[in-house]
Write a protein of this length. Structure first.
Length: 218
């Protein structure tokens, strides 16, 4: 299956660079480019890509607003957004994860890592680099004066709360399985049920929810 990608950045040189890097992968094709958020949303609705590489800081509609528009659209649930940033710890990245981005990449990402990241997100495995994403959350979760809506987690069983805590700490399904002494399939099932119960788009949102509700602290 060919992974369809849209690249969004206000700098033509950046778009050309990412397009060139992805062109070396036989299983990835760039189906469109946009230079601002509004154009990106229109393009995504038309092209229905699997993955959007979205710059955050753009004039007009920025990448954050565009990400929110895409992730809020029920017709675009199959489209995953990965935000691009110049800075690893960026408050806008945290907000992008909050509204539904599946992860983030710094713009100096290695070519091989870029292609692997696109494949990872397209396969439904969010949170590209758990340890790095967790650092972003740690850096900005402290901006929330106190936990918000902890009752949101009331729908979870004790076991699911335990799983959510470990997901927020950055554990993969295989690591969850070893920690809980269950099969990888059982660990995956737990995560899937938590996603459904919390109406979360993917694991990245689970991490944010765990911090926001006070289940996990920086």
């Amino acid at each position: 299956m060919t992974i369809r990608v849209v690249i969004v950045d206000d700098q033509a040189l950046v778009r050309a660079g990412f397009t060139s890097l992805l062109a070396h992968a036989d299983d990835i094709t760039v189906v469109g480019e946009a230079d601002d958020g509004a154009a990106a949303v229109e393009l995504v609705r038309r092209a229905r890509p699997d993955v959007v590489l979205m710059d955050i800081r753009m004039p007009g509609m920025d990448g954050l607003a565009a990400t929110r528009a895409i992730t809020d659209d029920p017709e675009l649930t199959a489209t995953k957004v990965v935000v691009l940033t110049t800075y690893e710890v960026d408050e806008y990245v945290f907000e992008a994860l909050r509204v539904g981005a599946s992860g983030f990449l710094t713009k100096d990402v290695d070519p091989a890592d870029l292609r692997d990241a696109v494949r990872t997100v397209a396969a439904g495995h969010a949170l590209l680099a758990p340890s790095v994403t967790r650092r972003v959350v740690d850096a900005f979760a402290s901006t929330v004066p106190k936990p918000k809506d902890p009752e949101r987690l009331d729908v979870l069983t004790d076991r699911e709360r335990e799983v959510l805590t470990l997901v927020a700490r950055g554990l993969s399904n295989d690591e969850l399985a070893r920690q809980l002494i269950v099969s990888p399939l059982t660990a995956k099932t737990h995560v899937s049920r938590i996603l459904t119960k919390l109406h979360a788009r993917d694991r990245a949102q689970l991490v944010v929810l765990a911090y926001e509700t006070g289940l996990v602290t920086p």
